[in-house]
Design a protein around this ligand. Structure first.
Ligand SMILES: [Zn+2]
Length: 218
C-alpha cells in the first residue's frame, strides 16, 4: 500500500495567548450568542490584527498604493518550497550562510523550489515574542530574487529586524514581486524540499491576511 505524503501544519495556533507584535492588537473573541444561554446557536465575534499568528504581509503594509491582501497572487502561495535551517545564525543571514545551509547549487535549488522558508528557531509558537531574530542581508535578499524566488517565509515575526522602522527587506522583496509569510512554526520540519499550501484569506484591502500554512512531503 502506498503511504499518503505526510502533512506538516506550520501554522501558529491563534488564541488570546498568541503573542502579538508589541503594541499591535492582540487576538480577542467572545460569544455573541450561546446555546447554553438559550440561543439556537453558538456564535462568536473576533477582533485581531491580521499580523497575529501565521500570515501573509501585503505590499500595502509598507507603502500606500501598493497591493492589498485581496491582490496577493495565489500561485506564489502554492507549490514547491524549500525549508532552510539557519538556526545557527545570530546576526544577519548572509549569502554565504544561506549557500552553506542549502546543499547543492543555490540557483538550481531555488529554481526548483522558488518558495524559500527560513527556519531561525525564533518563533512565537513557543508562547513568547522573541527579543530579536536573524534577518536576510541585502545581498542575500537580492540573490533570492535574482534566482527567481516567488515567496520568502520566516518562522520569526518579521523579515526585518524588530527595531527597524524603514523595513528594507520588506521593501526589497515586495519590489521584486516576492510574497512574504511570517510567524511560521517550522520546529518539527526537517530542512529539505516540500510542497507549500498557504493561501491568504480573501480579505479586501487589508495590510496582511491570516493563512493556514501546510507543507506536504514530496
Ligand atoms: Zn506581518
Amino acid at each position: 500500500m502506498t503511504r499518503e505524503p505526510r502533512l506538516y501544519d506550520i501554522s501558529v495556533t491563534v488564541n488570546r495567548d498568541t503573542p502579538e507584535w508589541p503594541g499591535d492588537s492582540a487576538f480577542a473573541s467572545e460569544w455573541s450568542t450561546t446555546i447554553s444561554g438559550g440561543d439556537s446557536v453558538n456564535v462568536s465575534v473576533m477582533r485581531s490584527s491580521p499580523h497575529v499568528g501565521t500570515h501573509a504581509d501585503a505590499p500595502l503594509h509598507v507603502r500606500d498604493g501598493w497591493p492589498g491582501s485581496h491582490e496577493l497572487p495565489l500561485d506564489a502561495f502554492c507549490g514547491r518550497a524549500i525549508v532552510v535551517d539557519v538556526t545557527r545564525s545570530d546576526g544577519p543571514i548572509t549569502l554565504a550562510l544561506l549557500a552553506a545551509s542549502m546543499p547543492g547549487d543555490l540557483a538550481e535549488r531555488i529554481g526548483r523550489s522558488p518558495r524559500v522558508l527560513l527556519k531561525t528557531g525564533r518563533t512565537i509558537a513557543t508562547g513568547h515574542f522573541p527579543e530579536e531574530w536573524p534577518t536576510l542581508s541585502e545581498e542575500c535578499a537580492r540573490a533570492l530574487l535574482g534566482h527567481g524566488a516567488r515567496l520568502v517565509g520566516v518562522d520569526c515575526p518579521s523579515v526585518d529586524e524588530r527595531k527597524s522602522k524603514s523595513l528594507p527587506v520588506h521593501h526589497m522583496l515586495f519590489s521584486g514581486n516576492a510574497c512574504l509569510l511570517e510567524n511560521l512554526d517550522l520546529r518539527r520540519v526537517p530542512a529539505g524540499d516540500y510542497e507549500l499550501m498557504a493561501f491568504p484569506l480573501k480579505l479586501m484591502g487589508m495590510d496582511a491576511a491570516p493563512v493556514r500554512a501546510v507543507l506536504r512531503e514530496i
